[in-house]
Design a protein around this ligand. Sequence first.
Ligand SMILES: [Zn+2]
Length: 140
Amino acid sequence: LHIQMNKSFYHILLEYSLRKLPEEACGFIVGTVQNNILTASTFVPITNIAHNLNESFVMDPIEVMHSLNSQTKQSQIVGIFHTHPSAEALLSQEDLQTLWHTLPSHWILSLLQPEAPKLRIYKLKKNHPVSYHKLPFAID
Ligand SMILES: [Zn+2]
């Protein structure tokens, strides 16, 4: 699976994430998957309701339900996104226990160095233990 997004999409994702600092930002990636190409078209921010906003994320369930219900064939939830304000873009133990493992992609944006953000996108597989691999992406 290859991931494609345009510059303005990435810019929106980045701007929102920086604005939320020092909190973790989270949301859904909406788009399409066709011929093994995932095209990200819209970022849907979801309010983080975790107790410790700077170190974890819990998505507001009402907003999640709304996003799930507003999917269409041309705009499906194809990824889940969150930031690591003060850690590398690696999956944490908590991230690996996600209930969203059936989604095609897991996006992590590290803002450890806010002037040099690092995006990594993974595919998780719910084995024992959970396995994952990095997905290639292009911003154009
Ligand atoms: Zn995480």
